[in-house]
Ligand binder design. Structure first.
Ligand SMILES: C[S@@+](CC[C@H](N)C(=O)[O-])C[C@H]1O[C@@H](n2cnc3c(N)ncnc32)[C@H](O)[C@@H]1O
Length: 394
């Protein structure tokens, strides 16, 4: 998610240069590279508009004693098999068609993917989704099969993903366990997904090479990857560090003026820098996490209530930065900001240094060249060399 792992050590240095007297607020925390670099020395308030990222933040940076893996995993596996069996029965004919498509030529697989009924295109699937959304039995656990099968995941994997969510909701009811298991589940979905680094669209089949890629992605076993991810999602820092961290899920520009931030020491902001909305690029994980059967249309299967932000709209980006700077100034705390040279603000003709200097008496900047994620958008490139700037405003 445009992770700033490569920049995290420099951001930490910049944050320490202002000698914060309270927690560090990471307003656009994504998957938490900066929070991770601040452990265990500076308490953090992480925030992101996408709610699925908060499960990861809570699992890694917040308090709570987890059960032992050897206690919880066998219970989850039992429940998982239970729901998997039910779903295999429901989708028996789709599974048979899928296996024929996977063993046939590329045209057969392409046709299977094109014709697979899902909520974006099928009235039947929409009706079933409505019924499942209000079910209080295991029938509810069908979302992936209805929304993302035959594209982002195979039918078989969709069944596994739904069965796992059922098992997690049933057996990991304590919050620290639920956050941990749900993070491992989302992380497993991200490993097996048939998509480039983001999920704005899935990979289609248009020849033998793409057939190989889809077959490879669709053949991965969700349970196996999940069990690996359970071990990988570890709690970071120390118990006392995690005890004072907080995870929020709201618009950064709302949070900056809210009481929740009283007593903080510094604000770190790493806002989006392109016109591509994160909510479109990561919509699959958001819908999996929320498991709320949203209205969805078309082949991309996007939820129709996607979050949009002024930071990614050329005509609104200047106002968004103005609100960020004035919000930090009104709180009387320093603002550390990372933003690349080629960000949308510059493309909108706004000089960021000038904007920051109109709010703060001291603004310094350090610049470095990095390989930047482009979200695989516009030109189709995944990485681009860019100059990243870290502004320290006080
Ligand atoms: C450049 S990424 C941050 C990456 C993060 N620093 C990391 O290392 O993982 C921007 C993040 O801001 C989130 N976002 C976009 N607009 C937002 C807003 N108005 N309020 C809060 N979060 C927002 C996106 O979902 C995305 O995760």
């Amino acid at each position: 998610m445009g992770t700033k792992r490569y920049l995290a050590a420099d951001v930490r240095t910049a944050i320490e240069s202002v000698k914060p007297l309270g927690s560090v607020v990471d307003l656009f925390s994504g998957i938490g590279a900066v929070a991770s670099a601040l452990a265990p020395d500076h308490h953090v308030v992480t925030n992101d508009a996408l709610s699925f990222t908060t499960a990861l933040s809570r699992a890694r940076f917040c308090a709570g004693r987890r059960s032992a893996t050897s206690d919880i995993l066998p219970k989850i596996k039992l429940r998982y098999r239970e729901r998997e069996d039910e779903l295999k029965e429901v989708h028996e004919s789709a599974l048979a068609k899928e296996s024929a498509a996977l063993t046939g030529d590329w045209i057969k697989l392409a046709e299977f993917m094109e014709e697979y009924p899902h909520v974006g295109t099928s009235a039947d699937a929409k009706r079933t989704a409505r019924a499942c959304s209000s079910a209080i039995t295991s029938e509810r656990y069908s979302l992936t099969s209805l929304y993302f099968a035959g594209g982002y995941f195979s039918v078989r994997q969709s069944i596994q993903i739904d069965a796992l969510r059922y098992a997690i909701d049933k057996e990991a009811s304590r919050e620290p366990d639920w956050d941990w298991m749900t993070s491992a589940w989302l992380s497993a979905a991200a490993v097996v997904i048939n998509a480039p680094g983001h999920t704005a669209q899935y990979l289609r089949v248009s020849g033998e090479n793409s057939q190989k890629r889809v077959r490879r992605a669709w053949s991965r076993d969700v349970w196996e990857v999940f069990a690996e991810r359970v071990d990988a999602i570890s709690q970071e820092g120390t118990t006392s560090w995690r005890g004072k961290n907080v995870s929020c899920n709201t618009d950064a520009l709302k949070l900056i003026t809210s009481d929740e931030l009283d007593g903080i020491g510094v604000i770190y902001a790493d806002p989006p820098y392109t016109k591509d909305h994160y909510s479109r690029y990561y919509h699959v994980y958001e819908t999996l996490y929320r498991y709320d059967f949203p209205a969805s249309n078309g082949f991309g299967r996007y939820r129709d209530d996607r979050f949009v932000t002024g930071f990614s709209v050329k005509t609104k980006v200047e106002a968004a930065f103005g609100a960020l700077a004035s919000g930090a100034k009104a709180r009387g705390v320093p603002l550390v900001l990372s933003y690349p040279d080629n960000g949308l603000l510059g493309l909108a003709g706004v000089d960021l240094m000038g904007l920051l200097e109109s709010h703060f008496s001291t603004v310094t900047v350090k610049s470095r060249a990095y390989n930047h994620s482009t979200l695989g958008a516009s030109g189709g490139e995944q990485k681009k060399l860019a100059v990243e700037n870290i502004y320290v405003c006080s």
